[in-house]
Ligand binder design. Structure first.
Ligand SMILES: Cc1ncc(COP(=O)(O)O)c(C=O)c1O
Length: 379
């Protein structure tokens, strides 16, 4: 068995899509003409409308990144109880948004299929100090929002979703089913995402008063030139970032189509390999393309596959690993000790490169490396 040739340059797990420079410069010229750089200027307002149309439900506010948006979302709940139920299978930002506010995360294990927080385990984690649930829509796949909504109603809990991955293929991303949004849903527009503003994010809420509160928090709590009300931060998205978002919105469907092409190529080449399951990307979500490797059936571990890919210049990513519950300062919490489903998932998941600019030939080469490795190929 000949070993595959390494890629000449590293192929990263994602590569930001960029609009034609002339398009972006045209928008920059308009910023130069207006001399308005931030504080909810014209680009910001246009993008807020554009994202809102695409989301298709609730009220959308733009933020300077997903993390500050999530922090603001949790802080806007003004929880009287000091604990928040959260998934361990997420990006650190999700859990930090609880802890930075002086609240305590309570980890609840995930569902083995969706990899999102398991609603059937939430109730046993509740005590009188739990005031909210924070779930992550992993890889663009929704949590069981209907079940979570039912638990929240019964126990008088607030619900926030980290939807960093959901602004993608499905428009409207949030349907008019009210349970989909929780109280507030966050989106990330980081450069690694399908749609980006370089750095950026958004919050969606169906409630007018919550939206008003969030907008106050976004601007230091400033109501008007005479009045400041409550705590706030600087969460504003600049005009330069909003201009990038407008240019990206124009090409979002093309980016999605290209990703669907790449993902179907992977699906074709990787289906049927023993011990390999496609857990995201094959179903059209195309934010990430994620494999799950069962070491016994596959014949080697996820880490071995990751290393082989890396030696051939393919930089796959163990996303999400380590678990948030396994790192400081969270690993000493009682709720961090027994999360077998999440731990296994963190040992088995591997995200392959997926972005519009990845050629189908390169996707084929990457899939061939996976298949060659599974057959016992050694470099
Ligand atoms: C699940 C999740 N939550 C939160 C974030 C943080 O978003 P941002 O980078 O926009 O601050 C990310 C970023 O990748 C993420 O994947």
């Amino acid at each position: 068995m000949n070993s595959p040739l390494p890629f000449e340059r590293p192929v990263y797990v994602s590569r930001p899509a960029l609009p034609p420079l002339t398009e972006y410069v045209r928008r920059l010229e308009s910023i130069w003409a207006s001399n308005i750089l931030t504080n909810m200027g014209p680009m910001h307002e246009m993008l807020e409308l554009g994202v809102g149309e695409r989301v298709g439900a609730g009220r959308v506010s733009l933020w300077n990144n997903g993390m500050s948006a999530l922090l603001a979302a949790v802080s806007s709940l003004q929880l009287q109880r000091r604990k928040v139920v959260v998934t361990p299978f997420t990006f650190p930002a999700t859990v930090h948004a609880i802890s930075l506010l002086g609240l305590e995360p309570v980890f609840v294990d995930i569902d083995d299929d969706s990899l999102t927080i398991d609603p059937s385990l939430i109730e046993e984690a509740l005590d009188p100090e739990v005031g909210a649930i924070l779930g992550t829509h992993v890889y663009g796949r929704f949590c069981d929002t209907r079940a979570i909504d039912a638990i929240a109603r019964e126990h008088d809990l607030r619900v926030v979703y980290d939807g960093a991955h959901i602004f993608g293929r499905y428009a409207p991303v949030v349907t008019d089913e009210p349970h989909r949004l929780g109280d507030i849903t966050m989106l990330s527009f980081h450069a690694t995402k399908l749609f980006h503003t370089v750095e950026g994010g958004a919050l969606i809420t169906a409630d007018q008063e919550t939206d008003r509160q969030l907008r106050l928090i976004r601007n230091f709590g400033i109501v008007n030139e005479h009045d400041v009300k409550g705590l706030g931060l600087n969460g504003k998205m600049s005009e330069v970032h909003a201009a990038m978002g407008l240019s990206m919105l124009d090409m979002m469907d093309a980016e999605i189509d290209q990703r669907v092409g790449v993902a179907s190529r992977y699906v074709e080449a990787l289906s049927g390999i023993p011990g390999l399951r496609i857990v995201a990307g094959g179903d059209g979500t195309v934010q990430y393309f994620v494999l799950r490797i069962d070491a016994d059936q596959f014949g080697s571990s996820r880490d071995d596959l990751h290393n082989t890919l890396r030696s051939l210049n393919v930089i796959s990513r163990k996303y999400f690993s380590p678990l948030c519950s396994d790192v400081e300062p969270y690993n000493t919490l009682p709720s961090a000790q027994n999360l077998p489903v999440a731990r296994k998932a963190a040992e088995e998941v591997l995200a392959l490169p997926l972005y519009g600019g990845l050629s189908l030939e390169d996707a084929d080469r990457i899939a061939e490396i996976v298949s060659w490795h599974q057959k016992g190929g050694i470099l």
